[in-house]
Design a protein around this ligand. Structure first.
Ligand code: BJW
Length: 254
């Protein structure tokens, strides 16, 4: 059982508004490699930080497309884990009592939605959607089991298809960050789960919470991060273990 301060459990139980930010760590126990640990298996021959750029796609669209298509298919085979499920439970418990719960994710795997989370704010897009670089038209490949026929793949107009995710140097989808900032600024609790807090603007949400004052901040991570010093509470361990414990104590207490 995770050691969780009573004050944190009690505060979360009484909170009128909770915002959760998740990163790759929350999906690690579903079998999806994180970015900064991704040196094994499917990812071994790729440097994620190098490939997640428009420059990499322009230089070698076949290589980048193949990497994303392999990841797209790998995600299909993964299932939400106990951490995803606990967040759904917290959401339903809070909303059932007329409180606010908002989930902001940097993940592109849609495992939160598959677990049952609703109104998820996706900062970095979704790997199951691809879009035409010429027209912006979205092609839904989330349920496609087979690999694409060729790399790179072209849409009917002749434009290249690329994953509908946000690469370094690209703007986030219109309005998502503003919404996340507004919700965080008005929240009573801000939980940052399974993220290295190294990638902006998402990492800036902690600063929004702190600047606002009065927002209680919690980090759940199996290791310390560059942001750990800024949180009121840090819970160390796997989110698939800590979140069920935390949510169980909140929900179980009344
Ligand atoms: C566990 C665990 C378990 C493991 N349980 N925990 C301000 C300052 C400095 C730089 C910038 C800045 N503002 C912008 C920048 C530049 C850049 C940036 O942040 N660079 C930094 C690297 C320095 N940001 C951008 O370029 C962003 N765009 C932008 O700002 O645009 C401005 C603009 C405006 C107008 C016009 C044009 C431009 C875009 C960022 C896009 C990030 N994209 C990626 C790829 C998505 C697609 C894909 O999937 O391939 O998003 S990069 C990658 O990093 C991915 C992730 O969402 C993101 C964050 O990573 P995350 O989730 O934190 O994962 P990891 O691997 O880093 O960490 C995992 C953590 O989990 C670790 O801490 C583990 O310990 C932990 N963990 N198992 C709990 N079981």
């Amino acid at each position: 059982m995770t050691e969780i301060p009573d004050e944190l459990v009690a505060g979360l139980r009484d909170a009128f508004s909770v915002v959760v930010l998740t990163g790759a760590g929350v999906s690690a126990e579903s079998g999806i490699p994180t970015f900064r640990d991704a040196l094994t298996g499917l990812w071994a021959e790729y440097d994620p930080m190098e490939l997640a750029t428009p420059e990499a796609f322009a230089a070698d669209p076949a290589r980048v497309s193949r990497w994303y298509d392999e990841r797209r298919m790998a995600v299909q085979k993964c299932e939400p884990n106990a951490g995803h499920v606990a967040l759904v439970q917290l959401e339903q418990w809070l909303r059932g009592r007329g409180r606010k719960f908002n989930l902001v994710t940097q993940n592109v795997d849609r495992l939160h939605q598959r677990a049952g989370s609703v109104d998820v704010i996706e900062l970095h897009g979704s790997i199951g959607e691809w879009r035409c670089t010429e027209t912006g038209a979205i092609v839904n490949l989330a349920d496609r089991k087979e690999a694409l026929e060729e790399y790179p793949v072209r849409s009917a107009c002749g434009g290249l298809l690329r994953p509908n995710v946000v690469w370094f140097g690209e703007a986030l989808p219109y309005g998502v960050m503003e919404k996340a900032e507004r919700l965080t600024g008005g929240a009573e609790f801000f939980l940052s789960i399974g993220t290295s807090a190294e990638v902006y603007p998402a990492a800036g949400l902690l600063e929004v919470a702190r600047y606002q004052g009065g927002v209680k901040t919690v980090e759940v991570n199996k290791a310390g991060t560059v942001a750990s010093g800024g949180f009121k509470w840090c819970l160390r361990g796997a989110s698939g273990v800590i979140l069920p414990d935390l949510v169980g104590q909140v929900v179980g207490g009344g």
